[in-house]
Design a protein around this ligand. Structure first.
Ligand code: GAP
Length: 513
């Protein structure tokens, strides 16, 4: 199946099975805002639990907080968001559509990469087993020509971004002959900067209302609380503070479903370290975070690091963990060595001393910070895309199955009486009542057993049990596994033990330690 088709199907599947709905659906939606449905919220909570527990449970030097969305407006001045949290925008005069200039150029870079990949795919098909990808990439003239174009563009683009040269960004769009996808023309305006923060007013106008912002990242709530937590928790460096919460950005190019949203959720952890040790910690966190992703079992080749060449002025190292989405490798998580920039800025703007006294060195200093920052919604999307699967079965039928890691699945066990009579529903309810304290169970008696299995496959339920007439006599049920579709008879008393070990977050966390 073509990758664009996979993506369309995932979006449709999310709506059909109660994972994600457009916000304000009956009013035709609200751009780049989405609601999570009855299945989606369970999956999302499981992702958040997996992250939270991997941080707070597995590290005795990491604690969590939950800071408010509204914060003192000076925080955003200090952090640089008021002055510099901008996107470069360009309009097409014919379609009247607005685009991010950097995204248009990134898409052009991706086009060169696609062309290279197409050449490789053609050759791999032609040469079969004997194909040497690396050699082909180094010698094939067509690949080399596309690579030269890509490299030249990348270099020019990085320079323009580093210098924030808006005229040069526009010139690149003109020179690369990039057209508006709607009008097909190259009738572009100048490039302008646009601040991404939403603002509102706090207090009534009569009292003199204060302009406040909806936080564009959760990190600042951690920075301004770092000393509160350090002192009350008697934390010693190195230590970390983790937080999960909503963030808001007035994204102009809001596309690709929940990939780029205006209201989204972040899971961020700031790790405070001694100055000079930050690059060592940066590398440790890169590996730790990649291992977290890989433990979900989607295959190592689904991930790659993208080290930043262009660093923010306060960072001394930065990388993204990218995931292979149906629309290419895309950033899911950022890992940044942010030096002591944010804390020093807050010290300056608040006028408060927020230095840490290090009892080991007898020195006071502003700690350096390694940040790991992952979007819950992007993680959700990557999990859905990697799990969605259409399968042809031996009997000629087909099924849609979500091969979710069992620990993330919204429902762990479906309890299905074979028929709606003869005491089978009562027996099924009895089993539900026993197991519902251990994991999420779902009861269903409507439709044929085959149809019910299909519905459970489509929401990624790893196990189903069927209760039949024999069950009433011998206390055994049929346990069916989602991926293999294998069925076996097991005793009701063994069910909890068999299932629990495979469906808990702990089962994945154990792979990390
Ligand atoms: N505190 C650092 C920070 O916010 P970022 O790279 O801007 O860094 C971190 O964002 C992560 O948040 C991204 O890797 C992505 O997963 C998620 N994210 C950012 N903007 C988003 C958006 N508009 N919609 C959904 N997720 C977003």
């Amino acid at each position: 199946m073509a990758q664009e088709d996979v993506f369309k199907k995932v979006v449709a599947h999310c709506k059909e099975y109660g994972f994600v709905f457009p916000s304000s659906d009956i009013y035709d939606g609200l751009g780049a805002v989405y609601d999570y449905g009855q299945m989606g919220v369970e999956l999302k909570n499981n992702i958040k639990n997996y992250w939270w527990q991997s941080m707070v449970l597995l590290h005795d030097n990491i604690v969590g907080i939950d800071s408010a969305i509204f914060m003192h407006p000076t925080i955003w001045k200090a952090s640089g968001h008021v002055d510099a949290f901008n996107d470069p925008l360009i309009d097409n005069r014919d379609s009247k559509k607005r685009y991010r200039a950097d995204v248009l150029i990134e898409e052009q870079i991706a086009k060169y990469e696609d062309k290279m990949e197409k050449e490789v795919a053609k050759a791999a098909k032609r040469f079969g087993e004997s194909f040497n990808r690396e050699l082909f990439m180094q010698t094939n003239p067509k690949v080399l020509a596309e690579k030269a174009k890509r490299d030249a563009l990348q270099e020019r683009f990085a320079k323009a971004l580093n210098e924030m040269n808006l005229d040069e960004l526009r010139q690149i769009i003109i020179d690369e002959e990039i057209v508006c996808p709607i009008s097909g023309t190259r009738n572009w305006t100048e490039v302008r900067q646009f601040n991404l923060m939403f603002s509102t007013e706090m207090g009534s106008t009569a009292d003199g209302a204060m302009k406040v912002y909806l936080r564009p990242e959760t990190a600042q709530g951690i920075f301004v609380n770092y000393l509160n937590v350090q002192k009350t928790g008697r934390m010693r460096i190195p230590f970390g503070i983790a937080q999960i919460g909503k963030a808001f950005r007035n994204e102009i190019v809001a596309r690709q479903f929940i990939f780029r949203m205006r209201e989204f959720e972040q899971m961020e952890m700031q790790f405070f370290v001694r100055p000079g040790s930050e690059l060592e910690w940066f590398n440790k966190w890169k590996e730790t975070r990649l291992a977290w992703h890989k433990a979900l079992g989607f295959g190592d080749e689904a991930y790659r690091f993208h080290d930043h060449e262009k660093l923010a002025h306060y960072a001394n190292a930065a990388t993204d963990i990218e995931f292979r989405m149906p629309f290419g490798f895309k950033e899911v998580e950022g890992i940044h060595s942010r030096t002591n920039f944010d804390l020093s800025q807050h010290e300056k703007f608040s006028g408060k001393n927020i230095k840490y006294f290090d009892p080991e060195t007898n020195e006071s200093y502003v700690p350096y910070v390694i940040e790991t920052s992952i979007g819950v919604d992007r993680m959700f999307l990557s999990v859905m895309c990697a799990s969605y699967c259409e399968e042809k079965l031996e009997n000629g039928e087909s099924r849609v199955v979500l091969r979710l890691p069992a620990a993330l699945a919204p429902v762990k066990l479906a309890v299905l009486p074979l028929v709606k009579k003869d005491g089978l529903p009562e027996k099924a309810r009895e089993i539900m009542n026993q197991l519902k304290f251990s994991f999420n169970c779902y009861y269903e008696e409507k439709d044929s057993i085959g149809k019910r299995y299909r519905r459970m496959d489509a929401i990624g339920t790893p196990y189903c049990v069927t209760i039949d007439h024999q069950t009433l006599e011998d206390g055994m049920v049929t346990l069916r596994e989602r991926d293999t579709m294998e069925q076996r008879r097991v005793a009701i008393s063994d069910l909890e033990g068999i299932i629990r070990d495979n469906v808990t977050i702990t089962s994945v966390l154990k792979k990390l330690s």
